[in-house]
Design a protein around this ligand. Sequence first.
Ligand SMILES: [Mg+2]
Ligand SMILES: [Zn+2]
Length: 178
Amino acid sequence: MYVDRDGTLNPDLHYLADAARLEVYRGVAEGLRLLRAHGYLVVCVTNQSGIERGFYTEDEVARIHARLNEILEREGTRVDAFYYCPHAPEAGCACRKPGVGLFEQAERDLAIDRAGSALVGDRSLDIEAGTRLGLFTVLVPSRGHEREIARELGERQLAADVVAPSFRAAACHILAHG
Ligand SMILES: [Mg+2]
Ligand SMILES: [Zn+2]
């Protein structure tokens, strides 16, 4: 199953460069534990245009992902793989969400069964990518951005399969959906 990073696993601090500032939302570790205990591989797919924009380097992104797993491992879980798009939106690449390039790459690398997979994200571009792939989509809207996200989804005539109040709740919906 796929998870977005900023705003889904951790508060979105906008172009976070310093791994020491990373925090993980409550309920994320428990949700990931449940999913992994049921055999799901957890793949994080994230847009990191701050690389191309020069706000941080690929090394700094790698440190943030290592730090994220260090925090999660203390709670008995982890993200199994990270995939990121380093490009700015203007680049028109295939890997920036809502493009599905990174998902297809992960499917090839990790032999993921798309039909049994799911996606959790906090923004319309996550739901758009998941919908294109036919995944079971769960929206956990970023706090304070609920209206903006609902408007974006409305404009794109998209809807998540489920809207959940927390990552833990999202995990339960995925397990119930099977
Ligand atoms: Mg996000
Ligand atoms: Zn890209």
